[in-house]
Design a protein around this ligand. Structure first.
Ligand code: ME8
Length: 536
């Protein structure tokens, strides 16, 4: 059993607002949102952080190309990301952080001070191949020159340029063994296992110190004043800005109220329970971030969940291929809940996934319209016509009734275990497998025949079916908040909280605390309406 009121702090990566959000961003927000909603419904005190990563050379260059200041670009696009969260995807975040927020600059300077006080920061110089797209250096052996004469990073395929500059370094090498020890003692620190293993192999191969400041541009957070104003480098600091990844990762602390913003919240929510990120940034989160925290004397997050990438029909999304999908268009075309369901049901969260029109429509029609929508509509219509539009009074339950309900009852624990490891796919697959059993039960029992032969038995079958639909709807809430809420309205289940924000028409969430309770016979029901339309 989880402690009912235990805090649960989770985060998404913060996106670079140098362009429009795409469906890959939406995927991460939706998954993290489902996780946040599940924990809330399960009684946890959730804090959910998302936002934008606004500093660095990439942002500065894009702004120059567009003839605006970096802050203008960031402000304009951060609003686009936030609007997507609010108006398109119904993301239930608690704070949308921007790394240009003033409390964040303070957090970045504080973590720097602490790492420095711990003897982990020194001034040196760096020469290497820098990728602006990836905002990181690569060793010569990690790059290759293509047929077009352009040198690129092998790992990410992005262009690199030779950069030499004075730089502050973080003693990452010192943390090789402490990191390996931590991984060994916390086998769930990162997941899925195969991605975690890649990280471990990388650390085992040896870590070099990390360049953590830049002098070639100014769009970043200033370093803190030196602890010793007489220090040899004191007057040099003003030329440096903090490396964007030190800045970005620290957002997770700022968002929890560190260092001075909200100490009570920080004590309550830190360490984070979960960072949700994509596979391209696993090293930053599984190596650099815990090393910075160890150096600063702060606790490490419990878990980093590394999701795969979304591809369009198997092809990488890119502007040049013209196959970048905008979340707004997707949602307009299929509906938000169908998209959310598709993304979390179609492939395991850790794996790469491919989407196509056919795949989305097939999930929408088969799983939602047929398996759930039809069952709900048929049983509720029969109740409306034959049971006085109220929850029917069941008779004695048969073996078949008990068997199907036992399967449905087991779904809460199964979903808890699946969500605990962000296995949305498993939770939904199992729920829909059981829903298939409920459909088979409904077809076998044929209440439309019983209506003529055995009305009390018809009422029992309808009652059992509504019980099953209610529990499935309760568990569907994190993934499809609005549809599930509307379905629960149709079942006469009272709501407790606020409805979602995206034009939600249902009356809001129902906690899992009442999962095992029964529908009350005689409860009046509204006129049934289809909740899961077919895609024509
Ligand atoms: O990496 N499919 O920002 P970002 C799935 N600012 N996920 C994808 C994706 C795709 N096609 N493309 C990107 C950054 N993502 C940094 C993060 S965190 C302290 C700083 C994911 O805008 C990506 O893996 O490039 C990352 O988790 C998130 O979207 C933001 O990517």
């Amino acid at each position: 059993m989880t402690d009912a009121r235990a805090p649960y702090y989770l985060t998404t990566a913060i996106s670079y607002p140098n362009g429009e959000p795409h469906i890959g961003h939406a995927y991460e927000y939706i998954a993290t949102d489902a996780m946040a909603r599940f924990q809330r419904l399960d009684g946890r005190d959730v804090r959910f952080l998302t936002g934008t990563d606004e500093h660095g050379q990439k942002m500065e260059q894009t702004a120059q190309q567009q003839g605006v200041s970096a802050l203008e670009l960031a402000t304009r696009n951060a609003a686009v990301f936030k609007e997507m969260d609010d108006d398109v995807l119904d993301i239930s975040y608690d704070r949308f952080i921007r790394t240009t927020d003033t409390d964040h600059a303070e957090a970045v300077r504080e973590i720097w001070r602490r790492m420095e006080a711990n003897g982990d920061i020194y001034l040196g110089s760096y020469a290497g191949w820098y990728s602006v797209r990836d905002e990181r250096y690569f060793g010569e052996d990690e790059t290759e020159v293509g047929q077009d004469g352009v040198r690129r990073a092998v790992e990410t395929g992005t262009e690199v340029t030779w950069t030499e500059e004075e730089s502050y370094f973080f003693r990452l090498s010192k943390y090789q063994q402490p990191l390996l020890d931590h991984y060994r003692d916390h086998p769930d620190f990162a997941a899925p296992r195969y991605r975690f293993n890649e990280v471990i192999r990388f650390v085992e191969a040896g870590l070099e110190d990390l360049s953590i400041s830049r002098t070639s541009f100014q769009w970043g957070i200033d370093l803190p004043a030196p602890a010793d104003p007489e220090a040899a480098d004191a007057d040099r600091r003003a030329d440096h800005v903090t490396y964007v990844w030190v800045d970005a990762l620290t957002n997770y602390l700022t968002g929890a109220g560190w260092p001075a913003g909200d100490p009570e919240a920080f004590a309550r929510y830190w360490p984070a329970d979960l960072h949700v990120i994509g596979k391209d940034i696993s090293r930053f989160h599984c190596i650099f971030w815990p090393a910075f925290l160890m150096s600063a004397g702060l606790e490490l997050p419990h878990r980093v969940m590394i999701h795969g990438f979304l591809n369009n029909n198997g092809a990488k999304m890119s502007k040049s291929l013209g196959n970048v999908v905008h979340p707004r268009e997707w949602v307009a075309r299929y509906g938000l809940d169908a998209i959310r369901f598709f993304l979390l049901r179609e492939f395991p969260f850790g794996a790469d996934g491919s989407y196509s029109h056919e795949a989305v429509v097939s999930r929408k029609n088969a799983d939602l319209a047929n398996n759930l929508g039809n069952l709900a509509q048929r049983s509720l219509s029969m109740v409306a016509k034959n049971c006085g539009a109220a929850v029917p009074e069941p008779g004695e339950l048969t073996e078949a009734d008990r068997a199907v309900l036992a399967q449905v009852d087991a779904l809460l624990e199964r979903s808890r275990s699946a969500y605990a490891v962000q296995d949305f796919h498993d939770a939904l697959e199992e729920t829909w497998r059981v829903l298939g059993e409920v459909n088979a039960y409904f077809a076998d029992q044929a209440p439309w025949v019983l209506r003529k032969t055995d009305e009390p038995r018809m009422r029992t079958v309808l009652y059992v079916t509504l019980q099953a639909v209610r529990r499935v709807a309760l568990l569907a809430q994190p993934v499809m908040p609005d549809s599930a809420s509307r379905l629960l309205d149709l079942l006469g289940v009272p709501a407790e909280g606020d409805a979602g924000r995206t034009g939600a028409s249902g009356s809001g969430p129902r906690s899992f605390a009442a999962f095992h309770e029964d529908l009350v016979p005689g409860t009046p029901l509204p006129a049934p309406q289809p909740v899961f339309p077919r895609h024509e």
